[in-house]
Design a protein around this ligand. Structure first.
Ligand code: CO8
Length: 256
C-alpha cells in the first residue's frame, strides 16, 4: 500500500499518510483504507486507532483535484467505495477510535465520525467545506453527522461550511475529548488499551447493541440487547469475567 500503513497488535493503528497533500483522500487512498480495515477485521485486534500522518492534518478531505476530473458515475463510485470503507469503521465488530491531529475537513471529518470514539488534539479543526465547492458530504456526513450531534447543528455545519476548533467540537458532542497538541495518538492508544483489557466478545456485542439503537425503535432495541446479553452467558469470557470477580482475581479473557 502506498498511502496507508498499519501497526499490528492487540491495538492496531491505521495511519493515512499522504502528507504532501495533507492526507487528502483520492480513490486509491480510500481503497487502501478499505483494504486495510478488511484485513484487520479478519485478524481481530481488540481495537483499531485511525490517524493521519504528521502534526498538521488528520485528513484535509477528499482530493479536490481528483474530484474535479470526475464525471457523475465516477463520483458515484467514489462515494460508494467511501461508504464501504466507512462501514468497516462503525459496523465492524472491532471498536474504532479516531486520533484527530490537525485538519479533519470534509471527507476527513467523515472518517472521524465513522469511528466509534474521537480524541482530538487542541489544534484539530473540523468542518464540512463541501457546499463551498458546489458538492456535498458524500462519504456518510449527511447521515452520520445528524445522528451524532442532531439535525439542527449538523445542518448548520454542513450548510455554512464553517470550520470549528477542537473545544467547540467537544462542546457539541462531535468529539469525546480534547488533549494537548501531539497527544491525540497516545491518548487514543490508551483508550484502546483500556478497551482491550475487557472481554472482547462483550465489547463486540456491546458495540453491535449500541449501533442497533440508531436503527430500530426502543422495544426492538431492548429485545436485541436481551438476546446479546443472554448470548454472552454461553461464552467462556463471561464465566471467566464473573468467576474472576467472585474469586477476587483478575480475569484473563480468551475471546471465546
Ligand atoms: N484535496 C486536494 N489537495 C489538497 C486538499 C484536498 N482536500 N487539501 C490540501 N491539499 C493540498 C494543497 O493543494 C497543497 O498542495 P500543493 O502544495 O501541491 O499546492 C497541499 O495539500 C498543502 O495544502 P495548503 O498549501 O493549502 O496548506 P494550508 O495550510 O495553506 O491550508 C487547508 C490547509 C486549509 C486544509 C487547505 O489545504 C484547504 O482548504 N484544503 C481543502 C479542504 C477541503 O475543502 N476539504 C474538503 C474537500 S471536499 C470533500 O472532502 C468531499 C468528501 C465527500 C466525497 C468522498 C467520497 C469518498
Amino acid at each position: 500500500m502506498d498511502f496507508v500503513s498499519v501497526e499490528r497488535g492487540d491495538v492496531a493503528v491505521l495511519t493515512i499518510d499522504r502528507q504532501e497533500k495533507l492526507n487528502a483522500l483520492n480513490p486509491q487512498v480510500v481503497e487502501e483504507i478499505g483494504q486495510a480495515l478488511l484485513e484487520l477485521e479478519a485478524e481481530g485486534p481488540r481495537a483499531v486507532v485511525v490517524t493521519g500522518a504528521g502534526e498538521r492534518s488528520f485528513v484535509a478531505g477528499a482530493d479536490i483535484s481528483a474530484m474535479n476530473e470526475m464525471d457523475p458515475l465516477e463520483a458515484k463510485r467514489f462515494s460508494e467505495i467511501g461508504h464501504a470503507a466507512m462501514a468497516l469503521l462503525d459496523r465492524s465488530p472491532i471498536p474504532t477510535i479516531a486520533a484527530v491531529n490537525g485538519y479533519a475537513l470534509g471527507g476527513g471529518c467523515e472518517v472521524a465520525i465513522a469511528c466509534d470514539i474521537r480524541i482530538a488534539a487542541e489544534n484539530a479543526t473540523f468542518g464540512f467545506p463541501e457546499v463551498g465547492l458546489g458538492i456535498l458530504p458524500g462519504m456518510g456526513g449527511t447521515q452520520r453527522l445528524p445522528r451524532l450531534i442532531g439535525p439542527a447543528l449538523a445542518k448548520e455545519l454542513i450548510f455554512t461550511g464553517r470550520r470549528i476548533g477542537a473545544e467547540k467540537a467537544r462542546e457539541i458532542g462531535l468529539v469525546n475529548r480534547v488533549v494537548p497538541q501531539g497527544e491525540a495518538l497516545n491518548v487514543a492508544r490508551e483508550v484502546a488499551a483500556e478497551i482491550a483489557r475487557n472481554g472482547p466478545l462483550a465489547v463486540r456485542y456491546a458495540k453491535a447493541a449500541v449501533n442497533r439503537s440508531a436503527d430500530v425503535d426502543l422495544v426492538s432495541g431492548l429485545e436485541y440487547e436481551a438476546d446479546q446479553f443472554a448470548l454472552l452467558f454461553a461464552t467462556e469470557d463471561a464465566r471467566e469475567g464473573m468467576g474472576a470477580f467472585v474469586e477476587k482475581r483478575k480475569p484473563e479473557f480468551g475471546g471465546r
